[in-house]
Design a protein around this ligand. Structure first.
Ligand SMILES: [Zn+2]
Ligand SMILES: [Zn+2]
Length: 142
């Protein structure tokens, strides 16, 4: 087994193919359930509101957004710049990359032409300041 650094808590752990350690996986699952229950009652609640009501940290909420388990959207359909494509920096509403860049990466893999042409910029650290508190959360698939 591989020893990797947990994507969430940054601690080393024995990887079983997941990006985060078992502790974080459990914690995030529980937090996701709490958020989901809150959003059933309060659709499009703001991130601050959800964080306060459920006790889930904003760091966790951002992680769930990046894992495409939650969607953030404002009147323009984007979460006030909370999430940006890790490749082209375009604002997105869920996940780590915009649809266009995802497609590029996929076709690059399918053609097996080696590394993706565009150099991948370092992902932004999970900074609380990135939140503007106005964005509305939605459940994926609603
Ligand atoms: Zn962890
Ligand atoms: Zn992009």
């Amino acid at each position: 087994m591989d020893v990797r650094q947990c994507d969430f808590c940054r601690m080393p752990y024995q990887s079983t193919g997941k990006k985060i350690c078992g502790d974080c996986l459990l914690k995030l699952d529980e937090e996701f359930i709490a958020i989901r229950e809150y959003l059933w009652e309060h659709d499009l609640a703001g991130i601050d509101e959800v964080s306060e009501a459920t006790g889930v940290s904003r760091k966790s909420i951002l992680y769930l957004l990046k894992e495409e388990r939650l969607i953030v959207g404002d009147d323009n359909g984007y979460g006030g710049g909370i999430l940006v494509c890790e490749s082209c920096r375009k604002p997105i509403s869920t996940g780590r990359m915009c649809a266009g860049c995802k497609k590029e990466v996929l076709s690059a893999i399918q053609e097996s032409v080696g590394p993706v042409s565009k150099p991948r910029r370092r992902p932004e650290p999970y900074e609380e300041e990135n939140f503007k508190g106005v964005a509305k959360l939605q459940l994926k698939g609603k």
